[in-house]
Design a binder for this molecule. Structure first.
Ligand code: PLP
Length: 384
């Protein structure tokens, strides 16, 4: 068994063994194409529909409101570009300055094709002010896209409030909930969200499978054309094993969510409190309480320029954490646009460390992390 400590669960999560079990038959003897009319096809179709039901249960959706995709990125692209393509010209979209590149870049591409985009600012804690949304709305605003939880700082947005403002304006609300689904309750029966993106590998499911929730009545144009699968919105033979894994991951998350949230909050707060005690130069980035249960983003005063060195030293000691977002690891030394939007200066925006806990992390691992981390900081003199 590996003795490594994996504290990078916002980048991706280890596959839950129960999810693996649920996937195995579809990598083995149940290999039919869900569109085939024979028994082999039927078995595969049943697996896809069963998983759709499991996911629908997790988020309080109807089964006919779920379209499977190959990733969270694809789900958000389908939401933004698919919705815009179904609108008359002259559409205005509102998003935020701290979205994941899946939304930011999809918006940039739409902007190049003539769509007007407004990017809302955030406060020092990374939260969007609903009043700012109300002011930014225009008669031509058709879509608002705000993430549920930020992938770098872990801050939760006031989605219910933002979505209600959007609905009252007559526009559609998209939420990139890739970091939030399976970790915090999200119920489409009560949340006025119209489109919601998610990804299995962020909640102990497999990589390469995601989904878009599409509220009944919201019209999208497909981005992928072909055989008409997923009600014509996402042509391609379904990733049956991946979808079965997504469904199983959703069912597991739904069953244990409140107990797991309490456990993770406890571990996260233990890590934070003890670290702040041992390392007075450490500071928390993002909102203290309105954050994902297992998510911490830290800076160390005077050590911001050494974050990558620190990450590598932790890696050598058998501990995996990240700086900024794993999706932008190649730009690790550039200031994070998320921290910059939160008002951090260039140095601090370059020097954050993301520590994200998941289902398989333990108190023992947290305590070992604190010892190793503190030794790294305390044993090395400040450079300032
Ligand atoms: N949105 C957010 C908030 C994310 O954190 C990520 C991945 O880190 C994505 C979207 C992309 O998801 P996927 O890896 O499934 O494309």
């Amino acid at each position: 068994m590996s003795t490594r400590i994996y504290f990078d669960n916002s980048a991706t999560t280890p596959l839950d063994p129960r999810v693996r079990e649920a996937m195995l038959p579809f990598l083995d003897n149940i290999f039919g194409n869900p569109s085939s009319m024979h028994l082999d096809g039927l078995e595969a179709r049943q697996a896809v529909e069963y998983a759709r039901g499991q996911l629908a249960d997790l988020i309080g959706a109807g089964t006919d409101e779920i379209v499977f995709t190959a990733s969270g990125t694809e789900a958000s692209n389908l939401a933004l570009a698919g919705f815009t393509r179904a609108q008359p010209p002259g559409c205005h979209i509102i998003t935020t300055a701290i979205e994941h590149p899946a939304v930011l870049m999809a918006c940039r591409a739409l902007e190049r094709s003539g769509v007007a985009i407004t990017r809302l600012p955030v406060g020092g804690d990374g939260i969007v002010d609903p009043a700012a949304l109300a002011v930014a709305l225009r008669p031509t605003t058709r879509l608002v896209s705000v993430m549920a939880a930020n992938n770098v700082v872990g801050t939760l947005q006031p989605i219910a409030e933002l979505a209600l403002i959007t609905r009252n304006h007559g526009a559609v609300f998209h939420c990139d909930a890739v970091q939030a689904v399976g970790k915090i309750p999200l119920d489409m029966r009560t949340l006025p969200v119209d489109l919601l993106s998610l990804s299995a590998h962020k909640f102990h499911g497999p990589k390469g499978v995601g989904a878009l929730y599409i509220r009944k009545g919201v019209r999208l144009s497909p981005l992928i054309h072909g055989g008409g699968q997923e009600k014509g919105l996402r042509s391609a033979t379904e990733n049956v094993a991946g979808i079965a894994g997504l469904g199983a991951a959703a069912a597991i998350a739904a069953n244990g969510m409140s107990a797991e949230t309490a456990r993770l909050v406890c571990l996260r707060d233990r890590l934070l409190d003890r670290l702040l005690q041992r390392i007075p130069q450490a500071y928390l980035i993002g909102h203290r309480y309105r954050r994902l249960p297992g998510h911490l983003c830290l800076g160390i005063d005077g050590r911001e320029g050494e974050t990558i060195k620190l990450l590598m030293a932790l890696d050598d000691a058998g501990i995996a954490v990240s700086t900024g977002s794993a999706c932008s690891a190649s730009h690790g030394s550039e200031p994070s646009y998320i921290l910059s939007a939160m008002g951090y200066d260039q140095l601090r925006a370059r020097g954050s460390l993301r520590i994200t806990l998941g289902r398989f992390n333990t108190e023992k691992e947290v305590d070992r992390f604190i010892d190793v981390f503190a030794a790294q900081i305390i044993n090395k003199p400040e450079k300032r």
